[in-house]
Design a protein around this ligand. Structure first.
Ligand code: JD8
Length: 415
């Protein structure tokens, strides 16, 4: 993999010469090139910044040096002193510009970037880079440009973020981390936090290593480590749990209430509309009726309903809305509806957890919960039966079910 870094502080990237990344460079696995942006500022003072249009504090990085640097990177001028050596495998680099307003940098994104042959990082300073540089790189140079944030805190520039991103990406490049085993084990952490680790001595200052780790029973050790990981994740990062649930937490952990289902906000309306249209395609196929609200509704309908129903949503770690359910007091009971999960997150107990979350939210005045599903939706009918629902008796719910649907009822037992 080739990695170019453009910065006015080249020495900030010196740590990339150290440790595994340094060795990977010497082993030819990584080709890391750091370029001083000032070499592309050709005035006497090699100026790279100027005052912001529209006023305000601080300075903004000028477009000209950046354009010259990017031009030199993607179309190296023949024989020029600062020319960058022959272009790498892919004709143009993926340009990453760190910035607090960027998309979150995640392990998943690092893994995606680790598959790329050529990455370039543009380190901003001051108040940031003139916005036209981003447009120039994408529109004129045809680069894929990703503005990426290391986290929700403010740094003084992009260099520190690039150090972290390059390390997170490069260590996933085959051969960079000696024992790939640790990478495999790492990737099997199912989105949970790391378990506690110990080494010799077995007893230290009156503190002993947990005996299970000394027993050699790998099954028990794996179970102990998983419990510790779940424990830590629940305590320190409950926001990770939906994802962990999505990627393989045994279902009883999901039902153990560790899952974080959040109350919907008006801004969720658009994603809810997209998800419901996706999820009701199967109902349309099974029941042969296109003209059903989940499919025919428009955004204003979803927005209106958000104010009339209690609505809950689940998002995955990248922030994607992957599940939802709603409920309201209606007729003779607690009407539950729009229980939905994105296809790629099904089969992990999330649907059951969402349904139970909606049931648990029922007011004391509701003796029954009820919902509808398509008469021909066999899988749904089986799922709801397993969850304790039975066909409603005529008029039992006090609601008039939509044509082609069957009403299912479940008595709400209070603890
Ligand atoms: C690039 C200039 C400083 C930012 C005015 C302070 C990333 N997670 C992150 N936090 N901060 C950055 C970051 C900050 C940068 C630059 C990245 C270039 N600054 C600016 C806007 C407010 N100053 C970052 N990744």
């Amino acid at each position: 993999m080739r990695i170019d870094v453009l910065t006015i502080f080249p020495q900030y990237l010196a740590p990339l010469e150290l440790s595994l990344i340094g060795k990977a460079q010497r082993d030819g696995l990584l080709d890391v090139r750091v370029h001083d942006l000032r070499e592309f500022a050709h005035d006497r003072h090699r100026t790279v910044d100027d005052t912001p249009y529209g006023g305000g504090a601080g300075m903004v990085m000028k477009p000209e040096p950046w354009a010259a640097a990017l031009d030199a990177l993607v179309a190296p001028a023949k024989g020029s002193a600062v020319a960058v050596a022959s272009a790498s495998a892919s004709a143009t680099p993926l340009l990453i510009v760190p910035g607090p307003a960027g998309r979150p940098f995640t392990q998943a994104f690092a893994a995606e970037l680790a598959t790329r042959p050529w990455l370039a990082f543009a380190c901003g300073r001051y108040e940031g880079i003139d916005e036209r540089v981003y447009e120039y790189a994408a529109d004129d140079l045809g680069l894929r440009v990703e503005v990426v944030s290391l986290g929700d805190y403010v740094l003084n520039g992009g260099e520190v973020a690039v150090l972290a991103m390059v390390e997170a990406i490069a260590r996933l490049v085959p051969g960079v981390v000696g024992n790939a085993e640790s990478l495999v084990e790492e990737s099997h952490s199912d989105g949970l936090l790391e378990y506690p680790v110990y080494t010799k001595p077995a007893s230290w200052r009156g503190r002993d290593v947990p005996p299970v780790l000394l027993g050699g029973d790998h099954g028990r050790i794996a179970a102990w480590r998983r419990e510790r990981s779940i424990e830590r994740t629940v305590a320190r990062r409950p926001d990770l749990l939906p994802a962990a649930a999505l990627t393989g937490l045994p279902s009883d952990d999901v039902e153990g209430g560790a899952l974080r289902i959040t109350t919907a906000v008006p801004a969720d309306a658009a994603e809810l509309l997209v998800l419901q249209r996706c999820c009701w395609l199967a109902e349309v196929r099974d029941n042969g009726d296109w003209d059903i609200p989940p499919v025919t509704e428009e955004l204003d309908d979803v927005r209106r309903d958000l104010s009339q129903w209690s609505q809950w949503v689940v998002r995955d770690p990248s922030g994607r809305l992957v599940g939802g359910v709603r409920a309201r007091l209606h007729g003779n009971g607690w009407e539950i509806g729009r229980l939905m999960l994105a296809p790629d997150v099904r089969g992990r107990g999330l649907g059951k957890a969402l349904l139970e979350h909606a049931e648990a939210a029922a007011p004391a005045s509701a003796d029954i919960a009820y919902l509808i599903t398509g008469q021909a939706s066999a899988a749904n009918l089986r799922r709801y039966k397993r969850a304790g629902y039975r066909p409603a008796r005529p008029g039992e719910t006090g609601s008039d079910p939509f044509r082609g649907t069957v009403e299912l009822v479940k008595p709400l037992r209070r603890a």
